[in-house]
Ligand binder design. Sequence first.
Ligand code: RP5
Length: 174
Amino acid sequence: MTATLVGIVMGSDSDLAVMREASTVLDELGIGHELRIISTHRTPERARAYAVDAAARGLAVIIAGAGAAAHLAGFLAAYTPLPVIGVPIAAGALRGVDALLATVQMPPGVPVATVGINGAKNAGLLAAQIIATRDPEVRARLAAYRERMAASVEAKDRRLQEEDAAAFADRGGE
Ligand code: RP5
């Protein structure tokens, strides 16, 4: 059984569609993880307990996604020595700008590594990179992931060149 190394936590089930992107990329890299809905505002005791127990349960990294006045990532970071990656979610009237500022602007002493608004995929990749610092197998899987990404960009470029060349030929070469 794969060990659960990454805790993906979100403030509401309305964050799930975005936060699943972290789960998908961690699946692709073969990294065990869990998905939890825990709210700083609505379930503060559960949020505290989750952070306090996380390291002892064997987690290596926490990814925390929340929208609006998003305190989740900073709150969890206050209660754990594990690295916490914050994902500001585009929810509510300000479409994530509020969550971005609340998550990224941690006062000195308790950092949260913040990705872009709805940047759950990058949060998953960053978590994998943190794990890869001590795990050569994960490092190799990340290298292969980047190679696949580069190959897909090159294939798209090739297709574009071919389409352009065909369109040029259709126009009679003008
Ligand atoms: C935050 O408030 C959640 O993380 C979510 O992004 C936002 C709205 O929550 P719901 O009202 O949809 O449950 O705490």
